[in-house]
Design a protein around this ligand. Structure first.
Ligand code: 3EB
Length: 355
């Protein structure tokens, strides 16, 4: 047996009680054997490269997201969300998904329409379809959403694409949820160089906990100057399993209150972002009465840079504040406000507090 398969085996040998229903692995992008070894234990996969070869699509059943973006440092990685039990795969209404007993990984994409009105209509429709599908499948609770949005900063008929996205998402959520705020999940919205809007989501059967950042105004309460309808997302979402808690930290920018800080200074923005994330982790840990692991507790970190030339500066700051076991991916991406150059998102495991 290969080392990877045996590792997986020992995970599945654990009693049901002690298993986490989803865990993230970074694997070398060049290593196609990983997909074979993880086989039907893959809930979903994300790569940071343009569309796959046709062969790849035929060989694997799991949802494969190919984000047309550039990884800026180190050997290219791909992300696998792994399940401790075999995954069931389906495709319905343009949404591909893989699920086990507790969680669902879904993926949908569509070509971004050129006109403002049809762009918003398509986004509303896709969110509507996605939320209805989750309900009908019994995974009604969104835990994490990634939106990859081409032309994020472009004006389309006088309004920024990101603002149109926010309005369309807002209208879709408003229609489907009676009580909005308790249902908003951790989210990221990044610009890509592609032509398709890509939406990736993790959902579960039970209601997760959502958190706001004590240093920031909740995005859903942003004033109108940032767009006609506020961005609907939580700063973080955590899901409690029997043995531990999974904490998803949303895309986090150099925003304090609701204002951007350190315009056009990537290094200072990176430092502000790390203060934001640190404060958020401490806030969540205090809420669940466990000791804060701090930034050192981050398992996986994605660092998005508008300009690849800022890599050296930002990397030095990140490496100075994080501990060695954190897996970091530096990616080139568009960011929602013009003056923002950096954004980061994180994934952590938190120990459940002693009873
Ligand atoms: C911000 O805090 C930065 O619209 O879903 C980060 C994460 C941002 C998610 C979203 C936007 C979103 O406003 C931008």
């Amino acid at each position: 047996m290969t080392p990877k398969a045996s590792k997986l085996q020992s995970t599945s040998d654990q009693p049901e009680q002690g298993r986490v229903p989803l865990r993230l692995i970074y694997a070398p992008a060049a290593d196609e054997s990983a997909a074979w070894e993880y086989g039907q234990y893959v809930l979903g996969e994300t790569r940071f490269e343009p569309a796959p070869t046709a062969i790849y699509e035929k060989e694997f059943n799991h949802p494969l997201v190919c984000v047309p973006t550039q990884q800026l440092l180190g050997p290219p990685v791909k992300e696998y969300w792994l399940s401790p039990t075999p995954v069931e795969y389906r495709r319905q209404a343009d949404i591909r998904f893989g699920h086990n007993e507790q969680v669902l990984f879904g993926y949908t994409q569509f070509s971004l329409p050129a006109s403002g009105a049809s762009l918003e209509k398509q986004i509303r429709r896709r969110y509507d379809t996605m939320l209805k599908l989750l309900r009908s499948q019994g995974y009604a609770h969104l835990m994490r959403v990634w939106n990859y949005l081409p032309r994020i900063g472009d004006e389309i008929e006088g309004m920024e694409c990101y603002r149109r996205f926010c309005r369309a998402r807002h209208e879709a959520f408003e229609r489907l949820y009676e009580d909005l705020i308790p249902n908003l999940p951790a989210t990221s919205v990044l610009g890509t160089s592609g032509t398709d809007l890509q939406m990736v989501f993790l959902a579960g059967r039970t209601s997760p906990h959502h958190y706001e950042n004590p240093r920031q105004v909740s995005a859903y309460h942003y004033p109108q100057k940032y767009g006609p309808k506020s961005p609907l997302f939580a700063r973080a979402t955590s899901v409690r399993w029997s043995c531990e808690e999974t904490l998803f930290i949303s895309g986090t920018a150099s925003i304090v209150g609701h204002e951007s800080r350190h315009r056009q200074d990537a290094g200072a923005q990176a430092e502000e972002i790390l203060r934001n994330i640190e404060a958020l982790i401490a806030h969540v840990a205090a809420s669940i009465r466990t000791a804060s692991p701090g930034l050192g507790g981050i398992g996986h970190l994605r660092v998005y840079l508008r300009n690849s030339s800022d890599l050296g500066t930002v990397r030095q700051i990140v490496e100075g504040r994080l501990s060695a076991p954190t897996q970091v991916a530096y990616l080139q991406a568009g960011i929602c406000r013009r003056e923002l150059l950096v954004e980061m998102e994180a994934l952590l495991s938190l120990k459940n507090p002693p009873n």
